[in-house]
Design a protein around this ligand. Structure first.
Ligand SMILES: [Cu+2]
Length: 511
């Protein structure tokens, strides 16, 4: 708390000021009484009560707010509780005594910046894991098998989370386990997993052994038998598909989002053109093995690819000061997306199986701070991802903001598509007068109806942000193309997947 009263903030926002007014003690104390002060909706809905308490000096007990804080809070209420962006304000700078950033020992780097010696070590670790007995928990076979086929335990269970709030936490834990397995190889105890920045071409080194392919040492089910060799598309196809699915734009859009569900995307009605859309587009672009959730993790590129998604998750967390529990919760829209709140606050849902038991013992809380809990940090890529995109939103969560219609851009949402009917991953092409104008991909197992996680989120939607001129003056339609064409050919009948509809919305801006 500042010793000298200073000027209140005239136009405070949740992200830049208000959430920083509550201390850990305040939050712990009130959370135990059912009022979570790290949550925007809660503070907004209870703002009059909170104001009464802080203005009278009775809260926080024995440590009342200085008058400028109280006035800042009142200004916020008067302005209708704006959520704002994460641009730091003077108040925030004053409130935050920036602690020296802790240093991690596992620094994961852009694979194209590794020296020959460093690359040789990564190679040695992969070769060592591949050579291990398939029953060894540190073998490449066992580690890759955690993601889907053949599953973990007897009878096999499938834990991986996609298109759900646990997606980022689960994959972060998975990478820690994988990196530990790399370190189990003699001579590799200091190795870290590098990443492939997917906005740049597939690095040459990943096209060479032992990263180019992997041969299954035994049957894993789903028609994938001993001797199956993983496959990818050629370079030109991968590059073209990454453009087709707009992967770079989806990443850039995700990094500008202030709310947890918007960054991840898709879940709780959030737009399907941010991180999970980029991830799905990436899998389908790399093909063939990577496009099939049943076996994707057996292609060694999977781990360099996923290391990059984890880097982006951490990068976003840092930009939002969402690197501890309260910071992360302050970005979650609890009313709209209660499950995201619950996975961090309800002990039964904090589990990240199979990583919540020994040796990892990780859960959603212990993965939040990559540096302090996991000893993992990332070095920026050689060419840093540009944050050139403007924040544009059509979400209704910011009802208290003043919006302006963006006449040049529209969001086209394809919705009501039942993915359980579609065998495996698929593409959705938006068409105007029969011509494809934009595409998105969806990554899922071959028998989605057998996956609990998929069944819970059966009906999916896709978002295409496009210039108005591109969608007007013609008839819009949707073409769903399964990746595996052996069932119904290259066009999945609309009738069979619940007759998805197309909705065009104007984009709003709060700038
Ligand atoms: Cu993935």
């Amino acid at each position: 708390m500042p010793s000298n009263p200073s000027t209140p903030v005239a136009n405070p926002t949740w992200y830049s000021d208000i959430r920083h007014l509550f201390t850990q003690d305040d939050i712990d104390h009130m959370r135990s009484q059912g009022l979570d002060l790290s949550i925007y909706d809660v503070v907004k809905d209870n703002s009059s009560i909170i104001y009464g308490q802080v203005a009278s000096g009775s809260m926080p007990p024995g440590n009342p707010w200085p008058s400028d804080w109280v006035e800042t809070f009142l200004n916020w209420m008067t302005n209708d509780c704006p959520k704002g962006t994460n641009a730091p304000s003077l108040q925030q700078a004053r409130l935050f005594k920036a602690a020296a950033a802790p240093v991690a020992s596992r620094i994961r780097r852009d694979i194209t910046t590794l020296s020959d010696g460093e690359l040789a070590l990564v190679k040695k670790a992969f070769e060592g894991m591949i050579a291990k007995d398939p029953d060894d928990p540190n073998s490449f076979f066992k580690q890759a098998g955690i993601h889907w086929l053949p599953g973990t335990g007897t009878p096999p269970r499938f834990f991986c989370q996609h298109h759900a709030p646990g997606y980022n936490p689960w994959h972060r834990a998975y990478l820690v386990g994988f990196e530990n397995a790399m370190r189990s190889v003699p001579g590799c105890d200091k190795v870290t997993l590098p990443y492939w920045d997917i906005t740049t071409p597939l690095p040459e080194v990943l096209k060479l052994p032992p990263f180019d392919q992997y041969t299954l040492p035994r049957d894993i089910g789903g028609g994938y038998n001993k001797g199956y060799v993983t496959e990818r598309f050629d370079d030109a196809t991968i590059a073209a598909k990454l453009v087709q699915y707009d992967v770079t734009a989806d990443i850039q859009r995700a990094l500008t989002k202030t709310d947890w569900e918007d960054f991840h995307g898709y879940f709780a009605g959030a737009p399907y053109n941010t991180i999970i859309a980029a991830h799905d587009g990436g899998h389908v672009s790399i093909g063939n093995t990577m496009a099939d959730q049943n076996v994707a993790a057996f292609d060694p590129v999977f781990f360099f690819f996923h290391c990059n998604w984890d880097r982006l998750f951490w990068k976003w967390q840092k930009s939002m000061q969402a690197t501890d529990l309260n910071g992360l919760l302050s970005t979650i829209n609890k009313t709209k997306d209660p499950l995201s709140y619950q996975i961090f606050t309800l002990p039964i849902l904090q589990k990240l199986d199979p990583f919540s038991t020994a040796p990892l013992n990780l859960n959603t809380l212990s993965i939040i701070n990559s540096v302090t809990s996991l000893d993992v940090d990332y070095e920026e890529p050689r060419t840093p991802t540009l944050m050139a995109f403007q924040t544009k939103t059509l979400r209704s969560s910011l009802t208290s903001q003043k919006f302006e219609v963006q006449p040049d851009l529209v969001n086209v949402r394809v919705q009501g598509l039942n993915r359980l009917k579609i065998p495996g991953s698929f593409s959705v092409h938006l068409q105007k007068d029969g011509q494809t104008i934009a595409s998105k991909a969806f990554f899922q197992p071959n028998e989605a109806e057998k996956c609990e996680n998929c069944v819970e989120n059966a009906v999916v939607h896709f978002d295409f942000e496009l210039p108005l001129a591109e969608v007007t003056g013609g008839k819009l339609g949707v073409w769903v193309e399964p990746i595996d064409k052996s069932f119904v050919g290259d066009r999945f009948p609309n009738k069979l997947m619940g007759n998805p509809t197309v909705e065009v919305r104007l984009l709003l801006s709060n700038e």
